[in-house]
Design a binder for this molecule. Structure first.
Ligand code: ADP
Ligand code: ASP
Ligand code: MG
Length: 408
């Protein structure tokens, strides 16, 4: 008997029939003698539908109320799945995040899980029930409802699996595993049998939304064996595991395991800033105080006592960040603040890169051959990212995928 955690995403619970399909899948695991804890997302499109309604009420909807609103989507699917299981004769019980409770910090709309009390879940499993937990939600120290950011149901499932010492955590979605890149953009993309936590962490943080980044952080930290699978198609999916466990195949580990991209990018520039110690802190401190995460940073070499400073962030945060930056600019006597939200970031990821030079030059040449201008570059040991104009995204990903032989 194993303790198995499963998560079904929006498409997998997108209709009554799909929820019944999930119930059938869960039932098979119960029949095989396993204990099962299921996390579900809202039905596909529901979170967007709720968000659109909120935007009709307020230009910048109140974040506390937004969390109250968005968590209703998952409350629908947990109840329906529980009913579907009961109807098949499988005892089941559903819990919202705050009933478990899943305790989070107090940052509305992108809360972090701080503690999970597994008592209730273990008790119900002990009584032979399937336990169904709403994804993407928790309760903050004030007792208010919080949400974990878009795609947060992945994190709910993995955090539960970590807290309760799961034998495996299975993420069921609308693709049958993790691919060399998003198969919707590159149909020739190849499914990976395995990928390391580090590589998956990079891919997720660089925009491959197949897993929310925090779910991979939890999996890596607590060594939860994580598998991405299709809810509609049979198959082994992709196992995400540590480098030590990585089964060496005959072939050498590929240099590049995948290409990630993010459309959710914007760039802010502050021009003509006095070039003196403390400026970077004065610019970025207020941004961080506003709970806005920044990503790539470039500070130019100063000329005539001033410098230019550029950084990127999520497009959703761009307007708010611009307002903060404008006030810093006034305070510092900077010349100008500019924003560009028609950019995307493309990243090549691979642990094999550590020991190989030349990846960057091949990448830059491929982009140059396609007349794609690179606006920013960032590297770490296992990734190279570039920022380019959003109109070039598809061509860039497709030609890079081919140039690195990922379709082979
Ligand atoms: P769910 O609703 O099940 O959480 P998501 O839409 O969040 O599903 O994530 C699955 C999607 O992730 C796929 O449909 C695919 O378009 C996208 N995706 C992006 N990069 C990859 C990748 N490298 N491998 C597989 N899917 C990817
Ligand atoms: N329903 C939420 C979303 O659409 C959470 C999730 O699906 O993981 O982002
Ligand atoms: Mg998702």
């Amino acid at each position: 008997m194993a303790l198995i955690f499963q998560k079904y995403g929006g498409t997998s619970v997108g209709s009554v029939e799909r929820i019944q399909n999930v119930a059938n899948k869960v039932a098979k695991f119960v029949d095989d003698g396993h204990q099962v804890v299921v996390t579900v997302s809202a039905m596909s499109g529901e979170t967007n539908r709720l968000t659109a309604m909120a935007n009709e009420m307020q230009a910048q909807p109140c974040k506390r109320e937004m969390d109250v609103l968005l968590t209703t989507g998952e409350q629908v699917t947990i109840a329906l799945l529980s009913m579907a299981l009961q109807a098949k004769g499988y005892p089941a019980i559903s819990y919202t995040g705050w009933q478990v409770p899943i305790q989070t910090d107090k940052v509305h709309s992108k809360a972090r899980i701080e503690h999970i009390d597994g008592t209730k879940i273990l008790d119900q499993l002990g009584q032979g029930k399937v336990v169904i937990v709403a994804g993407f939600q928790g309760m903050n120290p004030e007792g208010d409802i919080s949400t974990l950011g878009r795609g947060g149901s992945d994190t709910t499932a993995v955090a539960l699996a970590a807290a309760l010492n799961a034998d495996e955590c299975q993420i069921y979605t609308d693709v049958d595993g993790v691919y060399t890149t998003d198969p919707r953009v590159v149909p020739q993309a190849k499914r990976l049998d395995q990928i390391t936590y580090d590589e998956m962490l990079e891919l997720a943080s660089l925009g491959a939304k197949v897993l929310q980044i925090r779910s991979v952080e939890f999996a890596s930290k607590y060594k939860v064996p994580l598998r991405v699978l299709s809810s509609l198609k049979e198959g082994g999916g992709t196992l995400i595991t540590s480098e030590e466990n990585f089964k060496e195949s005959e072939m050498e580990k590929p240099l590049i395991s995948g290409i990630a991209f993010s459309r959710d990018e914007a760039k802010l520039m502050i021009l003509g800033v006095p070039d003196k110690p403390g400026v970077a802190y004065q610019i970025l401190g207020p941004i961080s105080d506003a709970n806005i995460d920044i990503d790539m940073i470039i500070q130019n070499q100063g000329v005539d006592g001033t410098t230019d400073f550029t950084f990127t962030m999520s497009r959703l945060d761009a307007e708010a960040a611009k307002a903060v930056l404008q006030s810093t600019a006034n305070h510092l006597g900077a010349r100008e603040v500019l924003m560009d939200d028609e950019i995307v970031k493309i990243s090549m990821v691979g642990v094999g890169m550590k020991s190989h030079a030349g990846i960057a030059s091949t990448m830059f040449k491929t982009l140059a051959d396609n007349e794609i201008n690179i606006q920013m570059i960032g590297t770490t040991e296992i990734k190279i990212s570039v920022v380019i104009g959003e109109e070039h995204l598809e061509v860039a990903v497709q030609t890079l995928h081919e140039a690195f032989g990922l379709d082979k």
